[in-house]
Design a protein around this ligand. Structure first.
Ligand SMILES: Nc1ncnc2c1ncn2[C@@H]1O[C@H](COP(=O)(O)OP(=O)(O)OP(=O)(O)O)[C@@H](O)[C@H]1O
Ligand SMILES: [Mg+2]
Length: 462
């Protein structure tokens, strides 16, 4: 397939010269004489490359550039834009590059330079598309990559490898919300060689209404109940030969628990309304963010089922207990989101890393992932600044008692500080946080360096 190039320029001679030069290089060329017409042409048939004039009669070339980049991102297509500017207009060229243009050309056109630039862009476009395809394929084949830098996570992964050798053993995964329980269940399924070719089926016991849970799990025959218009296979049958994840098993109604226990003991069951015994070969993995032992105590979970599930126990520790994982995880999510959103971000500034390390993540890995996703959206450069880190979890407003970032002392008479006292204390805290780096403090507060330097001097914090 020939690479496609769209030339958007109001100048007719430019279009003709560009079209001829590129066609003789073996490219498929289309042209448009205004920004609007160019956008419409691209929307109809996205080209690999767009040569875009900076000065157009109807719209600003920069606005067209922004629209193209946004739409390419939304549609998940790889289009590169090369902007053509008047010879002396370096500022717009720089602006265009910052907004995501791949390169720029200066007008009047120098043909050899033009052709080289286009060839380079097409080559880059081809490589990008290839990398993305390979990454997608690798992802589909291998599942999600599990970051496990800490010794705590290494232990979890060791446990996964051990139980992978016991393909029939039931596993109970316990951990706070967002710690990665589903990911670990998926890893068990993928690493259990005896079951890798079998299906991985999951059900969230908390999100299926009680009345439907049993028919979801065990299926039903036609006419088993009013809504059972047809026969339906249950998830135990779907998972035959593979792995069934019972997520949030702590939320399972007690009646269903009794039935599940029986199935786990015998590995055979009947569909609802059925008369035939079905037998399946399934490894059950159960996950919960509750302490099941406490649930047993409360009478909300059957003791016998608890013992039946808890044959092999894996505890996924909360992120605050394995801080060595914070930066590797953040880096993993950064790479993923930057690729997906086509952003230049590729690292965190040192102050940003410090900020990430400081926080205690009540929402665990999921919260860290969301923080990084927001940061990548807000980022404009290679290095992500601390301003891009928006922490919205409840513990932001925490006090020293709950491990918050900042707290103030009452004075000898039990009074809280006034506004100045508060400011002084807060700046002192930020200075400590930023290792005395005033530029960082200024940036964290969103004020200029002279402002913060003066306050530090006035408050005698130097
Ligand atoms: N070690 C890890 N490496 C890479 N990604 C991870 C890791 N742990 C968790 N994640 C990611 O964090 C997110 C939350 O993980 P997951 O859904 O497995 O948590 P969970 O423990 O099942 O949470 P919940 O109890 O709320 O269902 C997912 O996007 C997951 O891919
Ligand atoms: Mg989950």
């Amino acid at each position: 397939m020939k690479p496609t190039v769209l030339v958007i320029d109001d100048e007719k001679t430019f279009r003709i010269v560009a079209e001829e030069a590129l066609a003789s290089e073996g490219f498929m060329v289309t042209t448009a004489s205004s920004g609007q017409a160019g956008l419409v042409a691209w929307q109809r048939e996205p080209s690999d490359l767009v040569i875009l004039d900076r000065h157009l009669p109807d719209t600003d070339g920069i606005a067209v550039l922004e629209a193209l980049i946004r739409e390419a991102r939304e549609r998940n297509v790889d289009t590169l834009v090369v902007i053509a500017t008047a010879y002396a207009d370096v500022t717009s060229a720089v602006q265009a590059l910052k907004l995501g243009a791949f390169d720029y050309l200066s007008k009047p056109l120098q043909l050899p330079e033009f052709v080289v630039t286009v060839r380079k862009a097409i080559e880059a476009q081809r490589l990008r598309a290839q990398v993305r395809q390979l990454a997608d394929r690798a992802h589909a084949a291998m599942g999600d990559f599990v970051v496990g830098a800490s010794t705590a996570m290494q232990k979890v992964i060791d446990m996964v490898d051990k139980v992978a050798e016991a393909p029939d053993t039931t596993v109970l995964i316990q951990g706070e919300s967002g710690t990665g329980k589903e990911l670990i269940a998926d890893l068990i399924a993928r690493r259990t060689r005896a079951r890798t070719n079998g299906p991985f089926v999951e059900i969230n016991c908390a999100s299926v209404p009680e009345s439907l849970l049993e028919s979801e799990l065990f299926g039903h025959e036609r006419g088993a109940f009013t809504d059972a218009k047809t026969q339906k296979r249950g998830l135990f049958e779907e998972a035959d030969g593979g792995t069934l994840l019972l997520d949030e098993v702590g939320e399972m109604p007690v009646a269903t628990q009794a039935k599940l226990l029986k199935v786990l003991e015998e590995m055979n069951f009947r569909r609802l309304g059925g008369t035939r015994d079905l037998s399946v070969n399934v490894r059950v993995v159960a996950a919960t963010n509750k302490e099941l032992a406490d649930e047993v105590e409360k009478g909300a979970f059957r003791l016998d089922l608890y013992h039946r599930l808890d044959v092999f126990h894996i505890r996924v520790p909360p992120l605050r207990e394995r801080r060595e994982d914070i930066l590797p995880l953040a880096g993993h999510f950064l790479a993923r989101f930057a690729t997906r959103m086509r952003k230049p971000a590729n690292r965190f500034a040192p102050e940003t890393e410090r900020l990430l390390l400081e926080y205690d993540y009540p929402g665990n890995v999921r919260e860290l992932r969301n923080i990084v996703e927001r940061a990548v959206i807000l980022s404009t450069q290679d290095a992500i600044d601390p301003e891009c880190i928006v922490i919205s979890g409840p513990s932001r407003t925490g006090t020293a008692a709950t491990g918050g970032f900042f707290s103030v002392d009452l004075d000898a008479a039990g009074r809280p500080p006034d506004l100045e006292g508060l400011e002084r204390a807060y700046i002192a805290r930020l200075l400590a946080f930023a290792n005395g780096n005033r530029t960082a403090v200024a940036r964290l507060l969103g004020v200029s360096y002279p402002t913060i330097a003066k306050k530090i001097a006035d408050y005698g914090l130097a």
